[in-house]
Structure formats: C-alpha cells, structure tokens
Design a protein around this ligand. Structure first.
Ligand SMILES: Cc1cc2nc3c(=O)[nH]c(=O)nc-3n(C[C@H](O)[C@H](O)[C@H](O)COP(=O)(O)O)c2cc1C
Length: 203
C-alpha cells in the first residue's frame, strides 16, 4: 500500500508523527509533505527535529516541489491523509487552489477518486470552516476531527493520540491493533436503570 501523508500547521504535530510511525510499522509506503508551518509546529510542540520526522517516511518532499511524483495522478497511490490539517489548507483544498504540493496532491487525490482523509483541527469552528468541511465531505473527503474518545478511558496523551491515529488508519482500510475497541455496554435489565456495565476492550 502506498499513501501520501501531509502535515500542516494546525496543532497536533504528534498526530502526524505517530501516524508515520504506525504506517511504517504496518509496512505502508509513505510519501510525506510538510508545510512550512508544520515544520514550525514540530519544533514548537515536540522533541522531534524536522529531519527525524522526514526520516519516518519512505520518501519526503518539499511542499514547494510541484514537480514531485505525488503531484501527478499518474503516480498511483491508495489515498492521502492530511494530519493535522489546518483550516487554511482545508480551504485551499475546498476550492482546488493547488499552489503547494499538499494542496496539489489533495486535488489529485479527489480528482482520481481516491481516499482523502482530512484530520481537520480547529476549535471552535466558524461558519466558514463548517461550510468548507461540508463541501469537502460532499466532494468525497473524510473529515476526521482529532477528538478525544472518552469511552476508551485514556490515561495519557499518548493513549489519546493512539486512539485518533488508530481510527484514522481504520479509515484507510488497514488492519491494526493500536486501539482498544468498543465492545458494547450491558444494560442490567432487572433494574432498567442507567448504570451500564461497560465491557472493557482489551488490546
Ligand atoms: C502553534 C500553532 C498552532 C496552530 N494551530 C492551528 C490549528 O489548530 N488549526 C488551524 O487551522 N491553524 C492553526 N495554526 C495556524 C496555522 O499554522 C496557519 O494558519 C498556517 O498558515 C497554516 O498553513 P499550512 O496549512 O500551510 O500549514 C497554528 C499555528 C501555530 C503556530
């Protein structure tokens, strides 16, 4: 399997880094593009250097390199993930404004009817953000906000990160065992009360 992975300047650089680690462990060929502000957030938010992040990918490109392989639909891929995805990049993808390799590769992914997952991060969301997301969802993109799944009872940021990344990998149709999956909750029928017995999933 071959994927384009892009990281932009939304907060959550660790999500993109963990995604690259996991995809690498799963044997996925990754083609990485970092925006200028992704490079900044990597430095601000993590202990990784930009080069260490680039080294996690099979191949890394400059966002300015519009002649790179992933800028053409003739370069076959199984899809693209933008993780994290800023509102700026999301808006550019919405209108097909392909002035860098991230927005160009996303444009290509949509025109070739390949899977595009946008891990869109902002809070709160304005009407403009929501309108852009709605439009992109109708155009075939998966809008995947990196939110906390409290039902998994995370005990650390690492567990929150792994859950988000695991669910993103699910979207790509790749099997993995990164997360505790919800196994359901039992309603004690005798009382009818809302004291649910949670069936804790195990790894
Ligand atoms: C530390 C930091 C955190 C940011 N977090 C967000 C965010 O969560 N969402 C967002 O849309 N922009 C965020 N921004 C602003 C983007 O980096 C900015 O809009 C930038 O132009 C995005 O460009 P890019 O999409 O090419 O990376 C953040 C900026 C910094 C410095």
């Amino acid at each position: 399997m071959r994927l384009v992975v892009a990281m932009t300047g939304a907060t959550g650089a660790v999500l993109g880094i963990r995604l690259l680690e996991v995809l690498g462990q799963l044997g996925v060929e990754t083609h990485l593009v970092l925006s200028e502000w992704a490079r900044a957030t990597i430095k601000i938010e993590t202990d990784f250097s930009v080069q260490q992040v680039r080294d996690l990918a099979t191949q890394a490109y400059s966002a300015r390199d519009l002649a790179a392989a992933v800028s053409s639909g003739s370069f076959g891929t199984d899809g693209m993930v933008v993780c994290p995805c800023s509102m700026k990049t999301l808006s550019a993808i919405r209108i097909g404004f392909s002035d860098n390799l991230i927005t160009r590769a996303a444009d290509v992914t949509l025109k070739e009817h390949r899977k595009l997952v946008l891990v869109a991060r902002e809070a709160p969301l304005s009407e403009i953000h929501l309108d852009n997301m709605h439009y992109l969802a109708r155009a075939g993109a998966v809008i995947f906000p990196p939110t906390v799944a409290y039902y998994s009872r995370p005990r650390s940021v690492q567990e929150v990160t792994d859950h988000v990344v695991g669910r993103v990998v699910d979207q790509l149709g790749i099997e993995h065992s990164l997360i505790n999956r919800w196994k359901g909750a039992r309603h004690p029928s005798s009382t009818g009360e809302a004291d649910l017995a949670i069936v804790r999933a195990t790894k």
